[in-house]
Unconditional design. Sequence first.
Lengths: 112, 110
Amino acid sequence: SQTIHQWPATLVQPVGSPLSLECTVEGTSNPNLYWYRQAAGRGLQLLFYSVGIGQISSEVPQNLSASRPQDRQFILSSKKLLLSDSGFYLCAWGLAGSDTQYFGPGTRLTVL
Amino acid sequence: AQRVTQPEKLLSVFKGAPVELKCNYSYSGSPELFWYVQYSRQRLQLLLRHISRESIKGFTADLNKGETSFHLKKPFAQEEDSAMYYCALSGNNAGNMLTFGGGTRLMVKP
C-alpha cells in the first residue's frame, strides 16, 4: 500500500537560517506531489506542486522553493527563514489524473 | 480564478443535533468538490467527494450549481465528529490541484 512520510515532525529555527523539509512517498510511481502550508485561521494554502522529476510549479511568490530530485521525493527549502514562514507544512500525493490527494503527517515549523 | 469559502470558522452543536457546514465556491467551469477532515492528532483525509454521491460516516453533501454551494450535512451529530473540516475544489488543471477553504472546526458537545 502507499504511504507518505514527512520529516522532521517539528522544527524550531532562528530567523535567517536555512530550511529543508523532506517528503517521500512509497508504493506508487510518478505521483503528483504537493506542498501546502496550514496557517492558523487561514486554511490550507498550496505552495508548490510537481507532476514529475525536476518539474516544479509555484503557486505563490515567497521565500520558499521546492525540488523533486527523485520520483518519490519532494523537498521544501529556504535559504533564509522569515518569521512569517512559521506554520504547519503538509506534503500530499495523488495519482496523475486523479483529484484525490493523500496527506502526510505534517511538519510544525516555528521560526524565532 | 477559483475560490472556496467556508464562512464559519467554528461550529458548536450538541450531540444528536443536526449539523451543516457551509461551503461556497467560485469557479467558471464545472468543478469537482470534496470534503476533507482532520481529526485530532490524525492526518488530513478525504471524507467524501460530490461525484461519488455517497454518505460517509452519516455525512452527505450535495453540489448546488445554482447557489455554487457544497454544504456538508449530518442529521444527528456524534461526539466523534468533532474535527476540522475543509471544503476543496478541483478545476480542470494539469496538476490536479485543489483549492481549499479556510476550514471549519466542528465541536460536538455531549
